[in-house]
Unconditional design. Structure first.
Length: 82
């Protein structure tokens, strides 16, 4: 399972315009609240990605389980845990 740390809530958006080569279309499989942190579990072709958000970012983005979103990845924001 890979872990993506969202440094900025703009890294995720609901499906809309495309363009970046680093955009990955994902489905929100699960939303887990762990203390003051939200783990947004995304899935792409059977691979799970975890995005770490604040509750305010999740609220602002209005993301729900089952939504399709694009993960926009910048090299400085990707952390891989093997």
């Amino acid at each position: 399972m890979q872990c993506l740390r969202c440094e900025n809530k703009r890294k995720f958006k609901k499906i809309g315009k495309k363009g970046s080569k680093n955009e990955i279309k994902c489905k929100v499989k699960e939303i887990k609240k762990i203390g003051n942190i939200i783990n947004l579990i995304l899935e792409i072709n059977g691979v799970k990605l975890i995005c770490i958000l604040t509750p305010n970012a999740l609220y602002s983005l209005d993301i729900k389980e089952g939504d399709e979103v694009y993960a926009i990845i910048k090299a400085t924001n990707v952390r891989i845990i093997g």
